[in-house]
Write a protein that binds this ligand. Structure first.
Ligand SMILES: [Ca+2]
Ligand SMILES: [Ca+2]
Length: 423
């Protein structure tokens, strides 16, 4: 398992009449008001929806036009034998930090050499969906060698997501000055829906995504300001609460809350304009892409597309049947029915793949593929599924300083892939 294996697979992709990755050609694949333009769109998703009676709130909110990459790439398997890797984080020198859910943090070198587990991290509760989850670099990593990680923290009475911070040693074998800077509340005895991605914004703040803990008695907490569950949090880099958080002055509220009404957010990323986006696990038929805006309510469990995983229809809501739209609640920018089971996302900004600039890449676990979305004026205009032939659950996708994409797969024998331009 310590031995890295390099295998290269070459994909040569051909041009398509329905190309959409360049702004100049995207128009042809976008449904417009005219019927001729609409006829040019062939949705990528053609399977029966879980909730076929539900209607999108706006045109283009689901089932975007299929688009095809006109760029050729190689996939290099940099490492195998990773046990359910959850996050990959490129380091400035080209090496890669990788978490494994059972509780290990490792460095895989740019050449694919798998390092020993880094010591010094606190224990994790690695049951169900829990364990060592995301890892992020401090915005000042180049000078402070500081890293952050999220994990399901074992606590008296159960567990919950916490955020740790530590300094990577010069030899990169350990972390020191370890401190748990935030403990999401409340503690709950379960093993599902921990979130949790970490993303630093251009404001220097750390945004932490969380889940609702899945069990029905916990769900209402996604709307309750006293609970961190089902929220996105915003923290100072030391874990303290920024004074301008939306509920910083609300009595009884968790002051860390930035947004509420999320089901289980395992993907978040800032775009080139400094806007935060997230993709969350929704209901059966309701995975969502959302633009994250201060203080807003994203609906769960009151507003949702899709049905219960039990098959019950619709999702039970005090607002009544099929509550896909409610006043004061945000609509998703886009949703998937059937779902993709999203984890990890990256707005592509590199020079290695000019054709992909501005595109959004999202890990898809259910159908074992990488999702590429083309957006225009804040709406999704095209969707492509990549790497499906490899048949692995795509857990995280990140862009390296070299402009290549780095991917980890959620398997017992998980892999780390590098996607680079075809040589
Ligand atoms: Ca990360
Ligand atoms: Ca929602």
């Amino acid at each position: 398992m310590q031995q890295s294996t390099i295998a290269t697979v070459i994909f040569a992709l051909t041009a398509s009449a329905c190309s959409g990755q360049r702004p100049s050609s995207a128009d042809s694949s976008v449904p417009q008001n005219g019927s001729a333009a609409a006829a040019a769109c062939s949705p990528l998703e053609t399977r029966t929806a879980e909730a076929p009676s539900q209607k999108a709130a706006v045109s283009g909110q689901t089932r975007a036009c299929a688009v095809t990459s006109e760029t050729a790439y190689d996939v290099t398997v940099l490492a195998k034998g990773l046990v359910h890797p959850w996050a990959v984080e490129p380091l400035p020198n080209g090496d890669l930090l990788v978490t494994e859910r059972p509780g290990r943090l490792r460095i895989v070198s740019a050449a694919g050499v798998l390092g020993a587990p880094i010591t010094g991290l606190p224990p994790v509760d690695a049951r169900g969906q829990g364990g060592l989850l995301d890892v992020a670099l401090s915005p000042a990593f180049a000078t402070n060698n500081t890293i952050y990680w999220s994990f399901s923290e074992p606590r008296t009475g159960g567990n919950a997501t916490s955020v740790g911070r530590g300094v990577l040693s010069a030899d990169r074998r350990s972390v020191s000055a370890v401190r748990v800077i935030y403990q999401a509340k409340p503690t709950y005895d379960g093993d599902l829906h921990f979130g949790s991605r970490l993303a630093f914004g251009p404001d220097g703040m750390l945004y932490v995504t969380l889940g609702d803990r899945s069990d029905k008695p916990m769900r209402p907490q996604a709307q309750q300001l006293a609970s961190d569950m089902g929220k996105i949090l915003r923290l100072n880099a030391d874990g303290s609460i920024p004074a301008d958080n939306p509920f910083a002055d609300s009595a009884g509220a968790s002051k860390a809350i930035w947004t509420r009404g999320h089901r289980n957010v395992q993907a978040s990323a800032f775009d080139a304009n400094g806007q935060l986006w997230e993709v969350e696990h929704g209901t059966r038929g309701g995975d969502e892409l959302n633009k994250v805006q201060k203080g807003k309510n994203y609906g769960w469990p009151l507003q949702a597309y899709g049905i219960e995983y039990s098959g019950a229809m619709p999702v039970s809501s005090p607002a009544g049947a099929s509550a896909t739209a409610m006043p004061g609640v945000e609509q998703p920018v886009y949703y998937w029915d059937p779902v993709i089971a999203p984890s990890g996302m990256q707005w592509y900004s590199g020079d290695a793949f000019p054709a992909w600039k501005g595109n959004l890449f999202i890990g898809g676990m259910k159908n074992q593929l990488l999702v590429r979305l083309v957006l225009r004026d804040g709406r999704v205009t095209g969707e492509e599924h990549l790497l499906a032939d490899r048949k692995q659950r795509v857990r995280d996708v990140r862009q390296g300083a070299d402009g290549f994409l780095y991917i980890v797969t959620d398997q017992d024998n998980g892999e780390l892939w590098k996607v680079s331009p075809k040589r």
